[in-house]
Design a protein around this ligand. Structure first.
Ligand code: HEC
Ligand code: HEC
Ligand code: HEC
Ligand code: HEC
Ligand code: HEC
Ligand code: HEC
Ligand code: HEC
Ligand code: HEC
Ligand code: HEC
Ligand code: HEC
Length: 324
């Protein structure tokens, strides 16, 4: 019975392959070879692969995955070549007939993910990989990592990080070429200073509204605090949007034509988004609604440079209106 079933599966696969190759565009390519019932057999150990895959085997000692070989403590299904490619007996016995070994370039993306996560489900730092927009959009481990032909020996990235990310996110590369920007294109910092490519959880207020793979700092704050610690506070006199809405209430993170990477070209137009005198955004004291900015005459240019007077705009320990 199992033989019959295997045969049936094989016929189905062959039929599927035939329909694919019948499509005009794909006709020139060989039909995709998924892992079939021909794959498998016993585990034979990494040494058995060396004779035919010399080039890969020769450099494998440098690969972080060689650790499991060296330690000698792991079971066969979690060590060496077969830890990823599955048991190699049938592959070798048949002299490498197509479809006899798990080939990452040919299996569905979901299966790539599952194969790598067999070992890495716990080792990715603070990642929420299954729900990340990369996974949801079929961008998986092998889109970013190359196990045998890595450009970076550490982390096994397929290209150096900035080139890797901007290769797909072209618009972001342009944002980092704006007049006011973080120096990512220059190599001074990298995407992963603020993002987790493996997906994030959403523990901060700001991340709840804007997940975007934005990493949190160790204290579950916005990643900005890792470098701009002086903006963290707590301040005696907080400017509440800094803490509540987050940095992106006033700044764009990548780059901008506006100085200080502000969301608006002129400072006072930014402030007036909230301090427009309407509603009760102004201070409420003694039951009297103080409409802000009350004493300010906006027709007078002297009042338009708001941060000339309210200098400690992110919060102050000395003065309620952030004058110092
Ligand atoms: C007898 C020689 C031989 C041995 C031993 C051997 N292989 Fe292969 N392997 C081949 C040949 C030939 C190919 C086909 C190369 C091609 O199609 O370009 C191949 C292809 C592969 C592929 C790519 C398959 C694909 O469909 O693209 C993988 C992965 C692979 N081998 C892994 C292994 C592993 C792991 C071992 C050890 C368990 C191993 N091989 C042992 C000869 C061998
Ligand atoms: C960590 C998982 C992993 C381990 C361990 C691993 N491989 Fe691979 N292998 C891959 C992936 C992923 C690819 C697809 C190409 C890539 O990403 O570089 C691949 C591709 C291949 C190919 C196809 C040809 C090529 O260069 O792409 C061969 C052959 C191969 N591996 C053989 C081996 C052998 C031999 C070993 C042991 C010395 C081994 N692999 C160990 C993940 C692994
Ligand atoms: C969108 C690209 C991308 C995808 C998809 C991706 N990675 Fe990564 N991964 C990276 C980058 C970039 C780093 C380096 C981070 C750094 O330098 O801090 C990394 C780092 C790692 C590390 C080192 C530990 C860590 O968390 O920093 C491991 C292990 C890893 N990735 C495994 C995987 C596995 C397994 C998958 C699939 C389940 C995967 N990655 C998917 C880009 C990616
Ligand atoms: C059999 C278990 C196993 C499988 C399957 C596996 N890995 Fe690994 N991986 C490891 C181990 C163990 C390490 C070494 C961790 C260390 O340095 O302590 C490692 C290291 C890495 C690193 C380097 C981490 C660093 O900090 O530099 C990356 C990247 C990575 N794996 C990606 C992958 C990808 C992509 C796949 C799927 C193609 C994969 N792994 C499949 C066990 C595995
Ligand atoms: C293979 C192409 C590819 C690579 C490489 C890649 N991404 Fe992505 N990324 C995507 C796709 C597709 C999406 C989901 C669609 C979208 O929102 O643009 C996405 C989504 C994102 C998002 C979330 C966007 C949102 O609106 O929620 C961020 C942030 C991101 N990627 C950052 C990175 C970083 C950082 C790297 C490098 C470590 C990277 N990406 C590498 C293709 C890629
Ligand atoms: C200084 C921190 C920082 C750096 C560095 C950074 N990002 Fe972002 N990125 C963010 C934040 C914060 C957001 C969310 C913005 C929002 O939702 O308002 C974001 C949003 C995104 C988005 C989704 C929105 C959009 O504009 O499409 C993508 C994609 C993205 N980043 C990719 C990248 C890539 C690729 C790199 C590296 C080349 C990178 N980021 C470097 C902080 C950063
Ligand atoms: C890895 C460290 C790092 C992280 C993380 C970081 N920054 Fe920066 N930031 C810098 C440095 C360094 C500068 C100085 C300007 C330069 O690089 O040319 C800067 C400059 C700025 C400036 C002033 C730009 C100007 O024109 O003077 C603003 C605003 C800013 N960052 C906001 C943010 C925000 C918002 C975040 C979080 C999304 C963030 N930063 C995350 C390092 C960082
Ligand atoms: C209410 C709006 C607002 C919010 C929210 C805000 N900023 Fe700013 N930020 C400004 C303004 C306005 C300037 C320009 C000040 C100036 O030119 O004197 C500025 C300037 C900066 C600068 C450059 C000058 C300096 O003081 O170092 C950095 C860095 C910066 N902000 C980081 C941040 C970070 C990090 C956050 C989140 C914790 C944040 N900002 C939240 C309005 C804001
Ligand atoms: C995202 C909305 C928002 C933006 C943008 C904003 N603020 Fe505020 N600001 C507030 C809120 C909310 C308060 C707290 C009001 C309260 O305590 O009732 C506040 C408080 C203040 C106060 C202290 C008021 C008091 O009575 O103590 C000053 C001064 C101030 N902001 C100035 C500015 C300036 C200058 C800018 C532009 C650089 C600016 N704000 C941008 C929301 C904003
Ligand atoms: C010439 C200095 C100066 C400039 C420029 C200035 N302010 Fe003020 N601002 C003050 C003073 C002084 C007070 C305190 C008034 C009081 O206590 O009655 C104040 C108070 C405020 C308050 C507290 C609410 C209130 O009515 O007491 C807000 C909000 C405010 N300013 C926002 C702004 C905004 C927005 C701008 C830019 C459009 C701006 N300020 C420009 C000096 C200035």
């Amino acid at each position: 019975m199992p033989k019959l079933r295997a045969l049936l599966l094989f016929v189905l696969c062959a039929l599927f392959a035939a329909t694919l190759s019948a499509q005009p565009k794909k006709a020139s390519k060989p039909a995709p070879q998924t892992v079939t019932s021909k794959a498998g057999g016993k585990f034979v150990g990494s040494k058995a692969c060396t004779s035919c895959h010399q080039e890969i085997a020769d450099t494998f000692f440098k690969n972080p995955h060689n650790k499991s070989v060296v330690s000698g403590k792991e079971p066969p299904e979690r060590t060496g070549c077969e830890g990823c490619h599955g048991p190699g007996e049938n592959h070798i016995e048949t002299f490498a007939e197509p479809g006899t070994i798990l080939a990452f370039a040919k299996i569905p993306k979901q299966q790539v993910l599952d194969t790598c996560l067999k070992c890495h489900s716990q080792t990715l730092s603070r990642a929420n990989i299954r729900r990340s927009s990369h996974t949801v959009n079929d961008v998986v481990c092998t889109n970013c990592h190359s196990v045998h032909h890595a450009a970076t020996p550490q982390k096994l990235l397929a290209k150096t990080q900035t080139a890797l990310c901007t290769g797909c996110h072209l618009n972001v590369k342009a944002q980092f070429s704006m007049p006011f920007k973080h120096r990512v294109n220059e190599g001074f910092m990298s995407c992963t200073d603020c993002h987790n490519p493996h997906g994030t959880f959403q523990p901060t207020w700001a991340n709840g509204a804007r997940p975007r793979h934005v990493e949190t700092s160790k204290a579950n704050e916005e990643p900005c605090m890792n470098c701009h610690a002086d903006k963290r506070g707590p301040f005696v006199f907080e400017h509440s949007p800094v803490r509540v809405d987050g940095c992106m209430a006033c700044h764009v993170p990548h780059g901008s034509a506006n100085s200080r990477m502000l969301t608006r070209p002129v400072v006072f137009t930014l402030c007036l988004e909230c301090h427009n005198g309407a509603g009760n955004l102004g201070r409420q004291g003694n039951g009297v609604k103080v409409q802000s900015p009350t004493p300010h005459n906006m027709a007078n240019p002297a009042f338009q440079g708001c941060v000339n007077c309210h200098v400690k705009i992110h919060g102050s320990n000395a003065e309620q209106k952030y004058f110092r």
